[in-house]
Design a protein around this ligand. Structure first.
Ligand code: SAH
Length: 253
């Protein structure tokens, strides 16, 4: 019987080294929304550069249980101060700029982070709701991050932008293994030898049940192999399939 394993997000060491920096946010509700988005995705490190209103009841209410991120947020007077410990700084912008910073998409962030030493700190900087990041702030960033979207309506809400970027980071670095169902898929993958034994058994069975004559089975076997090659079966899954084949063979006798 399959049972669902409760999924408790844990912050992996890499996620702990990634800081979200918000520059001069006007609406406290957005700060709360960002905290919530971050906690959902296992990020904990928030820095606020000269927020208009903070702390605020609205931020706490929108954080919806992620208020410890607000309590631990680092308040900074300038962007320089917020990123002083970071060796990679990425600035998120809804607009392309006339001066061309190297542009990346959220999905490309892990590739940049992966070439850094494991303890390096990374900042991803988000701009003001009404005017984004200024060019002198982007000068402090090595990359400009753009979320691909409708070119005619490309400005996401601040918390939504943080959500999209954090999601990609979670896919790359979050502990998704606990999200598995049932026995958590810890059985070893089937070896090539075990797979070959399975294919022989499969061929035997499809002949036994009269589905196909073995002499005419080359192309269909190749296609069947293609299906199983895509799925990377583990040994338990293979046992189940072999059990079904045995049952079909016995039933056919
Ligand atoms: N009106 C502003 C956009 C503000 S949205 C402007 O024209 O620049 C607030 C912040 O969310 C932006 O500064 C940016 O950091 C982030 N953001 C919004 N949409 C984005 C997108 N499509 N790609 C990357 N970042 C985005």
């Amino acid at each position: 019987m399959l049972k669902f394993v409760t999924f408790l997000p844990q912050t992996s060491p890499l996620l702990a080294n990634i800081k979200i920096v918000l520059v001069e946010t006007s609406h406290p509700g957005n700060i709360g929304g960002v905290a919530r988005a971050m906690k959902n995705m296992g990020l904990t490190n928030l820095a606020l550069v000269a927020p208009k209103i903070f702390p605020s009841a609205e931020a706490t209410s929108r954080a919806s249980g992620a208020d410890e991120l607000l309590a631990n947020a680092r308040l900074c007077a300038t962007l320089t101060e917020a990123i002083d410990d970071c060796s990679l700084v990425i600035g998120a912008s809804a607009r392309s700029r006339t001066i061309s910073w190297p542009e990346i998409e959220p999905r490309a962030c892990p590739a940049l982070i992966n070439i850094l030493p494991a303890d390096a700190r990374v900042a991803i900087v988000f701009g003001r709701e009404n005017s984004g990041l200024k060019n002198h702030e982007l000068d402090l960033c090595q990359y400009l991050l753009r979320i691909p979207c409708n070119p005619k309506y490309s400005s996401l809400n601040l918390a939504a932008a943080v959500q999209v970027v954090s999601y990609e980071l979670f896919l790359a670095y979050g502990d998704t293994s606990q999200n598995a169902i049932g026995d958590r898929g810890l059985d070893p993958l089937a070896t090539a030898e075990q797979m070959e034994a399975f294919y022989t058994h499969l061929l035997e069975t499809i002949a036994d049940i009269g589905f196909l004559h073995p002499d005419k089975s080359n192309s269909i076997m190749r296609r069947l192999r293609r299906i199983f090659n895509r799925t990377h079966l583990d040994t338990k899954e293979l046992d189940i399939l072999r059990g079904i084949l045995r049952y079909a063979q016995n039933h056919n006798k």
